[in-house]
Design a protein around this ligand. Structure first.
Ligand code: DAH
Length: 346
């Protein structure tokens, strides 16, 4: 190969020099720039170049040497910078946050309700979901032929041959059963909140489900009055739905309370002026309540001449719908992340 060809070949090689690390760079230095490297060799050959060509080759050789040096310096600077940046990295820094799961909207609302009532002195009590007739109906003053006991509403657990059971076993249809569990085992004053899942034999649709969640409240003490009930309900409604919320108690009937009422709040969507959500009435129903029927107190072993009490029961799905405008009840139990992840920020 002529010297000219050799120089242009080296020019091309040097122009494409790449180094991933310091070892690569050192190898390049040895190959091209060291005392025994390719460029130094060319300089030794330069002695043999004819005098008239010396000038031209001299210029080319110097160009090659300079280019190689520049390229080497640039690669070195690049690697130094990389190393510096790597050293600057804070290895104690927490890694990028992993997406965490979200709280279920029903849990969020349940906890908010418990929080509001705990400020009025209520504590949480729990009871079994698989219950007996006595605690779900009997002690709560349901007549034996009451339609709620009907197979249409209640899931009964089949009797098993050979298994002795004192009562019918069923899935509780309301958390009022925890009232009777508490009253038969504790002495007044009683102030409890009973959250839990309840079951009813209903066809599943956007507006009904075979299981849902309730929170029952019970307060039994001396001199508990209807005014206490009303005040507690007003406090709850305003804490939950805002200070401008109004309540309305409509006479109703439950076997275990006398008098009984259903409570409406002023529609929190239109502010009470009437919209499609409240069907133009300005009110939406949120719970049932009343004064504990003396028959219930007596059946549970509490002296109804000494004590009185109020009770209320609310549906957690209903309150959640009002708060988050969920239109289809089935969404609560489908575990679709597109639905659940909307509550990340709550
Ligand atoms: N247990 C009733 C139901 O499931 C709700 C209820 C109404 C509970 C009135 C109460 C009450 O404690 O006083 O529909």
């Amino acid at each position: 190969m002529s010297m000219k060809q050799h120089i242009s070949q080296l020019l091309e090689q040097v122009g494409q020099m790449q180094a991933q690390n310091m070892e690569d760079l050192e190898a390049l230095r040895i190959k091209y720039l060291s005392k025994k490297g390719e460029i130094a060799n060319l300089f030794s050959e330069f002695r043999n170049v004819a005098a008239e060509e010396k000038k031209e080759y001299g210029i080319q050789l110097n160009e090659l040497k300079n280019l190689a040096q520049q390229r080497f310096d640039a690669l070195k600077a690049e690697l130094d910078l990389k190393r510096e940046q790597a050293e600057k990295q804070d290895l104690t820094r927490t890694p990028d946050p992993l997406p965490l799961g979200t709280r279920h909207p029903l849990s969020l609302v349940k906890e908010e309700i418990i929080d509001i009532f705990s400020r009025m002195g209520f504590t949480v009590a729990e009871g079994p979901e698989v219950e007996d007739d006595k605690h779900v109906f009997g002690l709560l003053n349901f007549a034996p032929e009451h339609p709620a006991r009907d197979m249409q509403d209640t899931f009964f657990i089949d009797k098993q041959p050979g298994v002795q059971r004192p009562e019918d076993v069923l899935l509780r249809t309301h958390t009022s059963s925890v009232q009777t569990r508490v009253m038969t085992t504790q002495k007044p004053p009683i102030r409890v909140l009973c959250p839990g899942r309840v079951y009813r034999n209903e066809a599943i649709s956007a507006r009904a489900h075979c299981f849902f969640h309730q929170i029952e409240g019970l307060y039994v003490d001396k001199n508990v009055s209807y005014a206490d009930l009303r005040q507690a309900m007003l406090y709850f409604a305003q804490e939950m739905f805002g200070p401008d919320t109004k309540i309305r108690l409509r006479p109703s009937y439950f076997p275990f309370t006398e008098p009984s009422a259903e409570m409406d709040i002023s529609c929190n969507i239109c502010g009470g002026t009437g919209c499609s959500f409240c069907k133009g009435t300005g009110w939406v129903e949120i719970l049932g309540c009343g004064m504990v029927d003396p028959n219930v107190l007596e059946a549970c072993g509490i002296d109804s001449k000494q004590y009185s009490g109020y009770a209320f029961g609310l549906g957690v799905e209903r309150i959640t719908n009002l708060k988050y405008r969920v239109k289809d009840l089935r969404l609560f139990s489908e575990n679709d992340v597109r639905f659940l992840s909307q509550f990340t920020a709550c």
